[in-house]
Every structure is written in structure tokens, then in C-alpha cells.
Design a protein around this ligand. Structure first.
Ligand code: BES
Ligand code: ZN
Ligand code: ZN
Length: 497
């Protein structure tokens, strides 16, 4: 899709459809009023008849029948004025674009929806529109070989504004494009099945990003992991025929020698549960158990493209979790890179074992802040559902910064407690710590396990088990991988620079 900004008047734009916004419970104003006039009051009439309510996500398509150069007018509901935000614009545009796509529209022109309020200056509106269109129209078609009859794609999106806003619109489009491309690249990686997206394929993808965006990428093999004592990652990989990879990506955006931020992402390319094998129903979804790894990988590429002025490292321990003849067993004890020993209660609690080594690697490299992202626990999905991710920390200040970035991205997260009492549940009789803390508070005891490996470094853990995949189309999300929390991480890095 080609997205651009032009100076002009929306009412005179030739396009398959033009988009104008209306607020819930209000009449057409600004550009919508001008378009309404050209349509001889059709928009105002539909509002007074209750056909157009202006609710966010509502799209009403009016055929212009020669009254305007554009064939259709999409009246996009933006919700209540008081609740207007970038997130509302992003979601509304996603819904509107899908509606128009289904009608075969290939060319859309739009105003800077929602702009005018201080919260949504034209630049932010343009960014939200770009993200709404690019994320909302995303489809994973890598393995579909038969072409659909009547297949249409939205090819062109034009943002129309006054002379004075064109540069701002272009900036918003540029940032929105980088963020959406990164999120969609992470979605692709997660949607890709495990026979394609192996640990080696993830490593190849990281090396390619390194070449494309000037990142320093190193991939550790088994021997090097053994030298470094990465017992968690090596242990989990034992049951698989696929060699594990420890992927290290560095972006240097500042002259200072500090490592400002380390991002660690769980890279289980398939989680069968291992010897503690999962029930077969829904097991296919476990191809997405590397969503955290994909997110930190693609976020780093975007951080480099946007030239954030900080130094960031992404770490992805990548392996399958399989029940092969050499597999890790319940009862086994592993020694992590930090030297701590870990008793295996369930081989299905594997994410924390591989992340332990990534967190040690980050602290050893002097990271000043660490964020890890993982599809870690079914318990988190039970606790918070699919609406928000679970957030945990040992440092409230870092968490607040993270949550602000998440809000801005429309990728909400909710903090869960880290009281010392929870630590009791992962005490082991035979090792320093055990990998399952019993039935209750599973998302929290998993976070307490990870906390053991970060020392005093400010750290945030994000459990995305409930948010990494969507069961349905909703606003900027489509069915399948969501790309959470790529845009949050990029926002945070930009805010830190
Ligand atoms: N990858 C799963 C968690 C998961 C579940 C992610 C559902 C996405 C959707 C993780 O490795 C796992 O299996 N966790 C276990 C931990 C338990 C054995 C303590 C779980 O949540 O059941
Ligand atoms: Zn897992
Ligand atoms: Zn598991």
C-alpha cells in the first residue's frame, strides 16, 4: 500500500472512497460538513435518522452518485469527543479500511481524522491512520497458492490536508509506516508454522535484519552456549532435532558506552510441552510461542530505522520444546548461566528456563534496564483475558514508563503484584529454585522465577500469553498474531532517547 500526503480539499479528491469522521452524538463539522453539503445534506440526514451514530468502529458508506469526484464517502465513527485518542482513530480507520476493501475499493483518500484536539495534532492523526490501515489490512497469505477470484487490495491511501499540515502528515506517515511494518513482520514470524519458523530460521531473519539496518548480530551455537553455561536453553533443547540458537542483536544509537536497554524475548518455536506433553487440542497455537522473541527482534529493527539515540540489545533464546528421546525430564536439575540450579517440575514450564539465561546475559553485559517479553503462562491469560498483557517489575519507575508507552501504542498492559510471599512457592527441596510454583498465582510465580536472574537491574516482565494472538478481527487486530508489544517497545526506546 502506498501512503502519501497531499495538499488539497477532500471534497474534490478523485478516489474509490473518501473518508471523513463524525463524533458520537454530534453533527458533521469541518471537512465532513463540506462533504455533507456536496451530498446535499445526506450525512446530516442519516445522523438525524439514527443511521449514523458516530460510534467508534462504525463505518457508513454513502454512494456519491456523481455529486463528488469520489465514488463513495465513508463516514467514519470516532466515538465520543471526550474519549478521542490516537487509539480510537487507529481502530476506526482499521475497521473502515476493511469495510472498503470488502467493497473492492483500491484507492482511499482521507482527512486527518480526529485532529484539531491538542491530543491529536495532525502528525499523530497521520500516524494513527497509517497504523490503522497497515495493521487492519494485514493478512497472512504466505502459504496460499490459489488466487482468490475477485481479489482486491487497497493500493493507495492519500491523506489530504492544508498546506500548513503537509509536512506534519508526512512525518506521521513515516513513523506509522516503520512501526506497522515492524509489527506486521513480527506477526508474519508468529503466524509462520513451526516447520518453517525454526530456531535457525529465526537466526537467519535476525542476520538479514542486521544487514538491512546496520545491526550487529551474533548467533551462538550449542558449543558456545555450553562454554557460557547456558544450562536452561541447552536443557530445553535436548528433546528436539532442531539446533537451538541464542540470537544477540545490538543497535548502537548513542556514543556513550552504556547499554541503555536490553530486550529479551522468549523464542520457543514450538511448545509441545516436552515430556510434560500438552493436550492435543489447540497445540497448533504453540507455533506462536516465540512471539516475545519476534517482538524484540522486530522492535530493534524499527528502533534502528527511527535512529533512536540510545544503545539497545535484543536477546532471543530460540529452541523447540519437544519430547524426543534425549529430552529433559520432570525431576531433572539444570544449572543456569548464573550458576543457580533449577529443579524441573514440568517440562512445559520451559519459557522461564531459557529466559533465565537471556536475563543473565543481559545483566553480564551491563544492561541499565531490562524488559523481557514472553508467552509465558496460561495463568496470565486466565487472569487478564485477551485484552491486556500482564506486567511485572522490580522497579516501579521503569514500569510506569513502559505502561505509558503501551497506552500510546494501544497495547494495554496491567500490573500484577510481586510480593515476597510468592517466592515461597518456587522454593525447591533439591535445587535453588523450582520451575513451577503450584496451581495458584501461576503468572506471578513465573515472574518471581525470572526475577531471580536480573539482580538489581531495573526490570519489567511482560506476559503476552493472552495477547499475542487474536481469535477475531477487532479494530487494528486481525485473526492470528497481533504483533504485541512491538510498537510499545519502540515507543519506549524513543522516549528513553
Ligand atoms: N507457552 C506456554 C504458555 C501459553 C499458554 C502461551 C497458552 C500461550 C497460550 C508455557 O510454556 C506453558 O506451557 N506454561 C504452563 C506453565 C505451567 C506448567 C506451570 C502453563 O501455563 O500451563
Ligand atoms: Zn511455552
Ligand atoms: Zn510450555
Amino acid at each position: 500500500m502506498e501512503i502519501s500526503a497531499v495538499t488539497g480539499d477532500i471534497a474534490t479528491m478523485p478516489a474509490g472512497a473518501i473518508m471523513v469522521g463524525v463524533l458520537e452524538g454530534e453533527g458533521p463539522e469541518g471537512e465532513a460538513a463540506a462533504v455533507d453539503q456536496a451530498l446535499e445534506g445526506a450525512i446530516a440526514r442519516l445522523i438525524s435518522q439514527g443511521e449514523i451514530k458516530g460510534k467508534q468502529g462504525e463505518t457508513t458508506v454513502i454512494y456519491s452518485l456523481g455529486k463528488l469526484p469520489a465514488a463513495r464517502v465513508a463516514v467514519v465513527g470516532l466515538g465520543k469527543r471526550a474519549e478521542l485518542s490516537m487509539d480510537k482513530v487507529r481502530g476506526a480507520v482499521a475497521e473502515a479500511c476493511r469495510t472498503l476493501k470488502r467493497k473492492g475499493v483500491e484507492d482511499i483518500a482521507t482527512v486527518a481524522l480526529g485532529s484539531g484536539k491538542p491530543e491529536i495534532v495532525p502528525e499523530r492523526s497521520a500516524q494513527a491512520i497509517t497504523e490503522g490501515a497497515m495493521l487492519g489490512l494485514y493478512a497472512f497469505r504466505n502459504h496460499i497458492t490459489v488466487s482468490e477470484n475477485n481479489f482486491h487490495e487497497v493500493r493507495k491511501l492519500t491523506l489530504v490536508g492544508g498546506d500548513e499540515t503537509k509536512a506534519a502528515l508526512e512525518q506521521g506517515i513515516a513513523r506509522g509506516t516503520v512501526l506497522s511494518q515492524a509489527a506486521n513482520a513480527a506477526r508474519d514470524m508468529v503466524n509462520e508454522p513451526a516447520n518453517f519458523m525454526t530456531p535457525s530460521a529465526m537466526a537467519e531473519a535476525a542476520l538479514k535484519l542486521g544487514r538491512d539496518y546496520g545491526l550487529e548480530v551474533t548467533v551462538l551455537e550449542r558449543e558456545q552456549m555450553a562454554e557460557m553455561g547456558m544450562g536452561g536453553l541447552l536443557g530445553v533443547s535436548l528433546g528436539s532435532r532442531q539446533p537451538p540458537k541464542f540470537i544477540i542483536m545490538r543497535y548502537t544509537g548513542s556514543d556513550r558506552p552504556d547499554l541503555d536497554l536490553a530486550l529479551a524475548g522468549k523464542g520457543i518455536t514450538f511448545d509441545s510441552g516436552g515430556i510434560s506433553i500438552k493436550p492435543s487440542e489447540g497445540m497448533g497455537d504453540m507455533k506462536g510461542d516465540m512471539a516475545g522473541g519476534a517482538a524484540v527482534m522486530m522492535a530493534l529493527a524499527a528502533i534502528a530505522r527511527l535512529k533512536a539515540r540510545i544503545n539497545v540489545m535484543s536477546l532471543i533464546p530460540a529452541t523447540e520444546n519437544m519430547p524426543g528421546g534425549n529430552a529433559l525430564r520432570p525431576g531433572d536439575i539444570l544449572s543456569a548461566m548464573s550458576g543457580k540450579t533449577m529443579e524441573i517440575i514440568s517440562t512445559d514450564a520451559e519459557g522461564r528456563l531459557i529466559l533465565a539465561d537471556a536475563l543473565s546475559y543481559a545483566t553480564r553485559n551491563g544492561a541499565k534496564a531490562i524488559i523481557d517479553v514472553a508467552t509465558l503462562t496460561g495463568a496470565c491469560r486466565v487472569a487478564l483475558g485477551t485484552v491486556c498483557s500482564g506486567a511485572f517489575c522490580n522497579n516501579q519507575e521503569l514500569l510506569e514508563r513502559f505502561l505509558a508507552a503501551a497506552r500510546d501504542a494501544g497495547e494495554p498492559a496491567w500490573q500484577l503484584p510481586m510480593y515476597a510471599e510468592y517466592r515461597e512457592q518456587i522454593k525447591s527441596d533439591v535445587a535453588d529454585i523450582k520451575n513451577v510454583g503450584g496451581r495458584y498465582g501461576g503468572a506471578i510465580t513465573a515472574a518471581k522465577f525470572l526475577e531471580e536472574f536480573v539482580g538489581d537491574t531495573p526490570w519489567v516482565h511482560l506476559d503476552i500469553a493472552g495477547t499475542s494472538m487474536s481469535e477475531k478481527e477487532r479494530f487494528h487486530l486481525v485473526k492470528g498474531a497481533t504483533g504485541v508489544p512491538v510498537r510499545t517497545l519502540v515507543n519506549l526506546a524513543l522516549a528513553m532517547s
